[in-house]
Design a protein around this ligand. Structure first.
Ligand SMILES: Nc1ncnc2c1ncn2[C@@H]1O[C@H](COP(=O)(O)OP(=O)(O)OP(=O)(O)O)[C@@H](O)[C@H]1O
Length: 315
């Protein structure tokens, strides 16, 4: 797969604040890369530098081999950018706004109209083309932003919190659109929704205080969680003490957590790092005849990894 985006040692300081402090990354066709990080981590600042909207203090980025700078129009041709928040120009109709965007990419007349048609069909805007943008629901405003971002069929899409503020159905729709668009492009999305990363991203980068603290496929990131390989059981409340005592005899277990769940209690046995405990737990449960209504092995939890890696984020 071809390399579509490359960033080398990007830095951005605002006064004394190092908002982005040495970010390097590469992105290939077909990848959907999730940018995760607490508020103020530097995600938006990085995206703005990758799209040429903000000049880095030092470092460089290239898209499809073209150096990105605030003035390089050729590089910008290959990038679609969905900024945070809603599109401007609320007084315009969807069609007029998209025609305006098409014109900013140098398209005119019939070509512009055709491209607007294609982009609006791709994100299902057909029913609202004559409606003023300010009267659209948040979900449709987001789609207008997406249509604008893909207007010139860019190879790289950079989407800042694309599902922010949407209801669960709209989130689902926008995620489906992003997945469909990923096939022949490379996409970066920033998000605070960890389930979105698992649903959508082929890779995730966690940023904290302007630096990359993890870069891996979501399943591998989850393996860094203390819950990776944990055994979780739904048991009867009156058996909890016996079960805890039994679990304490297994040397590979480092911690046991309990939480009420419905009529029962969920008992989670957390392994020492890298130790497989499921067979030992199942063995003792069988031998002692524990009443277990659910037994599951945890793949690890992204929220737990996120907390571990970003503790002490910027205020
Ligand atoms: N134009 C600016 N002038 C001064 N400081 C800025 C500017 N833009 C961003 N910052 C600061 O840089 C840091 C990184 O901000 P950025 O918006 O990139 O974070 P983020 O990870 O996108 O956060 P969020 O999740 O809240 O959107 C923050 O401390 C922010 O206040």
């Amino acid at each position: 797969m071809s390399l579509l985006l490359e960033a080398q040692d990007l830095h951005k300081s605002f006064g004394g604040l190092r908002a982005v402090d040495g970010i390097s990354l590469q992105l290939k066709q077909g990848e959907v890369l999730g940018f995760l990080g607490p508020n103020g981590a530097g995600k938006t600042t990085t995206m703005k530098m990758l799209t040429g909207f903000l000049a880095p203090t030092s470092g460089s980025a290239s898209i499809c081999g073209e150096q990105v700078t605030t003035g390089n129009v050729d590089a910008r041709k290959n990038i679609g950018y969905l900024p945070e928040g809603a599109p401007l120009y609320g007084e315009m109709t969807t069609r007029d706004f998209l025609l305006f965007v098409a014109q900013t990419h140098g398209l005119k007349g019939k070509d512009a109209a055709e491209r607007v048609e294609e982009a609006s069909v791709a994100v299902h805007l057909e029913g609202v083309m004559g409606q003023k943008i300010e009267t659209l629901s948040k979900g449709f405003k987001r789609r207008v932003g997406l249509a604008a971002a893909i207007m010139h069929a860019p190879d790289v899409l950079i989407l800042d919190e694309p599902t922010d503020g949407l209801d669960p159905n709209q989130k689902h729709d926008v995620r489906r659109l992003i997945k469909a668009m990923a096939k022949d492009r490379a996409i970066i999305i920033s998000t605070h929704i960890l389930e979105e990363v698992e649903a959508l991203c082929t890779r995730a980068i966690i940023i904290n205080k302007g630096r990359i603290v993890a870069d891996d496929v979501p399943s591998k990131l989850k393996e860094k969680s203390r819950y990776a390989g944990a055994v979780s059981m739904l048991v009867e409340a009156e058996e909890v003490a016996i079960i805890q005592a039994g679990l304490k005899t297994i040397s590979g277990i480092q911690d046991i957590e309990t939480a009420s769940e419905g009529q029962g209690v969920r008992v989670t046995a957390i392994p020492k790092r890298g130790v497989a405990i499921a067979d030992a737990v199942a063995g003792i449960a069988d031998k002692e005849g524990w009443h277990i209504s659910q037994f599951a092995i945890d793949a690890g939890r992204l929220d737990d990894v996120f907390r571990q890696l970003t503790a002490g984020g910027r205020a």
